[in-house]
Design a protein around this ligand. Structure first.
Ligand code: HMG
Length: 446
């Protein structure tokens, strides 16, 4: 079967940053270590005044198309995943296509466009749609452009304010991909949950602690569902495991659960038995509470073992390298975790071709999806084309007062805020205001 997967990627970060331990924590009278050690975030990225989900998505897609020498004729489908849409009818993909048409001076009339919504998992679902479209033979030799773009803002004072972010990931899904082949096998954990939602409101209603429990429960179900169609996984089966990363502290919890699951009934459990005992089994306990308590104790011990720490440093920590400096990008979050891991491997001269990734996506509301990916021969060259570090380094560093103004300026309820842009656009699409039907307007600035 011809491999189908991700051929090319690009990111576009919001051009402002907020330093969480040094700027945000003191203003909130909090310990900076809550961010450095607990949540695990150094910075959040924010959009400048002329940026939004359309400009960030279009700028990432333009970079990708230019770098790969593509024209609109090569793209048969544009899917945008977002939970920050500003229109209940006209999809963000039409705005992004409009921007790209201006720049490339060619049209996307032939391209099927849409918008996917299921909280953060929608980015992966859009890749799925593209994958299925190609597998069904409906693509007529064309590739799909998938764009995950979000402005993840929370209401001021909400605990979620600590985990904000803004940015876009553009991905080209095609046959014979250069980056990763996607497995046909996938697993789901899906249930009607009210942990995080935006019922026709800009900022989410969040039950933060519960959202973390729901994340872990759905992820566990997705892992089991994946194993039922794939194979019983072992921790060493994967070079890296990129998870949906609302903040690195969440991934720390998910990784520990995953390791416990994958090491059960393996030589790892046998080796650790002398140090921390064997994993508790349900039939050894008369009550569910007793069993759960034993699991919690085992996990506490497991976390401190050399085996677990070495595995975490090798397979998980490298996936967090970008997220730590940008915060939650919602739909793009798991996709920047993949990029971070591949970027780390390239920087450390690791030969990854043929190795596997396990990708754990998640969206509140709630659904987790698990699939495997196989790294392709062209991965190194593709990753070398990215300018992630340059983009992160170029961001304007906000003071707390400036952050407050930026938050207000992106708050629909505040109306227009009288403030200057913090950065100057340079060869990119910018938001210029509203048209006669309240549509948003964009132009390309050289
Ligand atoms: P909070 O109340 O600000 O923070 O809420 P906290 O007091 O729970 O502290 C956070 C961590 O820092 C804790 O670690 C503390 O112990 C630690 P844990 O116990 O959990 O391991 N800590 C410290 N560590 C060292 N030194 C210190 C210190 N102080 C504290 N001095 C919360 C945090 C994440 C709940 C909040 O930010 C929130 O509500 N965020 C939004 C919801 C969210 O991100 N949920 C994640 C799962 S749901 C998801 O991923 C989906 C999502 O992306 C949306 C979508 O799908 O569309 C959000």
């Amino acid at each position: 079967m011809t491999p189908v997967g991700i051929d090319a990627v690009e990111i576009w970060t919001g051009k402002l940053q907020l330093n969480l331990p040094e700027t945000f924590a003191p203003a909130k009278d909090e310990d900076p270590d809550k961010y450095r050690k607990g949540i695990g975030l150094e910075h959040s990225s924010f959009p400048d005044l002329y940026e939004d989900i359309v400009t960030m998505g279009a700028n990432a897609a333009k970079r990708l198309m230019e770098r790969r020498g593509l024209t609109p004729e090569d793209i048969g489908r544009i899917d945008v995943a977002t939970e920050s849409a500003f229109d209940n009818s006209k999809p963000v993909s039409t705005y992004i296509a409009g921007c790209l048409e201006q720049y490339f001076e060619a049209d996307f009339r032939h391209a099927n466009k849409g918008e996917r919504k299921f909280a953060c998992v929608a980015g992966t679902q859009s890749i799925d749609d593209a994958y299925n479209w190609i597998r069904a033979g409906r693509n007529r030799g064309r590739a799909a452009l998938v764009i995950a773009t979000d402005t993840a803002l929370y209401a001021r004072g909400d605990p979620g304010e600590a985990t904000q972010g803004a940015g876009a990931v553009a991905m080209l899904v095609d046959e014979n991909p250069d980056l990763v082949e996607i497995s046909t096998e996938q697993g789901y954990g899906s249930m009607d949950e009210t942990d995080f939602l935006k019922p026709n409101q800009q900022f989410p209603s969040v039950d933060g602690k519960r959202s973390m429990q729901v994340y872990l429960s759905r992820m566990r179900e997705a892992v089991e569902d994946f194993e039922s169609v794939a194979w019983d996984m072992h921790p060493d089966d994967f070079a890296y495991i990129p998870f949906h990363t609302p903040f690195p502290g969440m991934v720390r919890k998910a990784a520990l659960l995953g390791y416990r699951h994958m090491s059960r009934d393996t030589e790892i459990e046998d080796e650790l038995a002398g140090e921390i005992g064997r994993q508790p089994r349900r039939d050894e306990y008369t009550s569910w509470d007793g069993y759960e308590e034993a699991i919690r104790d085992y996990m506490d011990d497991l976390k401190g073992t050399d085996q677990y720490r070495a595995w975490y440093d090798k397979a998980i920590e490298p996936t967090l390298g970008i997220s730590r400096h940008v915060g939650n990008w919602y739909t793009g979050s798991v996709h920047i975790a993949r990029i971070a891991a591949l970027k780390y491997a390239a920087a450390n001269d690791r030969d990854l071709a043929g190795e596997k990734l396990l990708v754990g996506s998640y969206g509140s509301g709630a659904q987790a999806e698990i699939h495997a990916e196989t790294v392709q021969e062209g991965w190194r060259e593709e990753i070398a084309g990215l300018n992630v570090d340059a983009q992160l380094d170029a961001r304007y560093d906000l003071s707390f007062e400036e952050y407050e103004t930026v938050h207000d300026s992106h708050n629909y309820d505040k109306g227009s805020v009288d403030v200057e842009e913090f950065t100057s656009p340079d060869d990119e699409f910018v938001f210029t205001g509203w048209g006669r039907m309240n549509e948003r307007k964009y132009e390309y600035v050289e």
